[in-house]
Design a protein around this ligand. Structure first.
Ligand SMILES: Nc1ncnc2c1ncn2[C@@H]1O[C@H](COP(=O)(O)OP(=O)(O)OP(=O)(O)O)[C@@H](O)[C@H]1O
Ligand SMILES: [Mg+2]
Length: 265
């Protein structure tokens, strides 16, 4: 059984079928890549899986349980977390405070606050703070804990996005273009952390990315979407030589043999 199972998922905007019957298995313990040209439906697929959008049809199963139509918070606390293509931290709060908001969102927290006195809450908060600092350490952001989130660079925002979802100890993280706008040095850190989280903690990833070097070196398998559909999937070598992928990316896939007509030109 796959960790995430999508069955005939559909979602239209007016007459546009953004996700047009996607059936896909995302296996546990892998870093699966999701590529495809602009407008292919990748982010819409994430929105459906994360509960931000309701599908018009189809089913979603996570760890064997049907989650179709569940609200985003419920799905998040099942251990299925997503980051945003455009990060949206609370800019006026510190990096540490942004992380400490995450467990506070858990259901029942206010209930317990009413029943337990101040001491227990203080202990809870201390634990949340320690966890947040450990997560920041892991994401190479410990030195920024006291800075306002709004002051971070684009790349640090991506790391903060990753840190935010790590607060719930997720089983599957959906990353939407983690490399976009990240400088090369920070990108290396980000990629290294993702690989470590996968290898050492067994966290699975589904990664939307236009940076082909990253996808080809880190992701296996790689799933290709076009026009709302999954057109193929496979390892880097098979994707590199896939005709449809070459056409969609105008032969710019690194390491790919040049398409015949271009080689002749
Ligand atoms: N909320 C919305 N309302 C109307 N149309 C939308 C909405 N969200 C997405 N679309 C359209 O659905 C199609 C798929 O968009 P989506 O954002 O999923 O693509 P994508 O594969 O993530 O592209 P990119 O690589 O540019 O991020 C596009 O044509 C887009 O304009
Ligand atoms: Mg997108």
């Amino acid at each position: 059984m796959a960790l995430l199972e999508l069955r005939q998922l559909r979602r239209s905007f007016g007459s546009l079928a953004a996700v047009d019957g996607v059936t896909l298995d995302v296996e546990a313990s892998r870093i699966t890549g999701l590529i495809g040209p602009n407008g292919a439906g990748k982010t819409t697929l994430f929105n459906l899986v994360a509960g931000a959008l309701a599908p018009d049809a189809g089913e979603i199963f996570f760890a064997g349980q049907r989650i179709t139509g569940e609200p985003p918070e419920r799905i998040f606390h099942r251990g299925l977390a997503r980051t945003f293509q455009v990060p949206r931290p609370f800019a006026q709060m510190t990096v540490l405070e942004n992380l400490m908001l995450v467990p506070a969102a858990q259901a029942g927290e206010r209930f317990w606050r009413n029943w337990l006195g101040g001491t227990r809450i203080a202990a809870e908060e201390r634990r949340a703070r320690e966890q947040a600092m450990a997560v920041l350490e892991l994401c190479a952001l410990a030195g920024k804990a006291a800075e306002l989130a709004g002051q971070l660079s684009g790349g640090q925002h991506k790391l903060l996005e990753l840190a935010r979802v790590l607060m719930i100890e997720p089983r599957l993280i959906l990353l939407d273009e983690p490399a976009a706008g990240v400088n090369p040095a920070l990108l290396e850190t980000l990629v290294e952390r993702i690989v470590r989280l996968n290898r050492e903690r067994g966290i699975s990833f589904l990664v939307i990315e236009h940076n082909m070097d990253l996808v080809m070196s880190v992701c296996a398998p790689i799933v290709v979407m076009m026009g709302g559909r999954v057109v193929t999937q496979g390892d880097a070598a098979s994707i590199r030589s896939d005709r449809r992928v070459l056409d969609a990316y105008l032969g710019e896939v690194p390491g790919a043999p040049a398409p015949a007509q271009e080689a002749a030109a």
